[in-house]
Design a protein around this ligand. Structure first.
Ligand code: ZN
Length: 143
């Protein structure tokens, strides 16, 4: 079984459906308050800044830096056990919104706060592409 196939497939809830539809096209979007422009992720019914219920989905650049990171030595989900240790990070995008995400293409212990990362899309099951983040490498240093 491949690594990707072994991981659990996220549930696509109605409020997050636009996020998954964009990811399938390798685009990263977050929810934006239509009243005040506040960005938020994951989707919520009400803006935490102005309490408006009007929201839309907005593209973001997919670049940012690691805001915080934990290295999981014991997987919370059995499907991740074979992957431990792995890094789960809060990524602060350039637009200011924070996303909880896995960091790929780098050892779990090599993930550091402030590290520049960019979005990548990892297949999950037959239908989904899951946005994850990988270190930004200097140009010309492709692996
Ligand atoms: Zn708002």
């Amino acid at each position: 079984m491949s690594e990707a196939a072994a991981k659990p497939i996220p549930e696509v809830t109605p409020e997050m459906a636009p996020f998954w539809a964009a990811a399938k096209e390798r685009r990263l979007v977050v929810q934006r308050c239509a009243a005040c422009g506040h960005l938020r992720f994951p989707a919520r019914a009400v803006c935490s800044a102005c309490w408006s219920r009007e929201a839309e989905w907005a593209p973001v650049c997919g670049r940012g830096e690691v805001f915080s990171v934990v290295v999981m030595h014991q997987a919370a989900d059995p499907a991740f056990a074979a992957l431990a240790p792995y890094a789960v990070a809060v990524v602060a995008l350039e637009e200011g919104v924070h996303l909880l995400s896995g960091i790929v293409d780098c050892g779990a212990h090599d993930v550091s706060i402030g590290m520049a990362v960019e979005v990548a899309f990892e297949p999950r099951g037959p239908e989904l592409l899951l946005p994850v983040f990988r270190p930004v490498r200097p140009s010309g240093a492709a692996r």
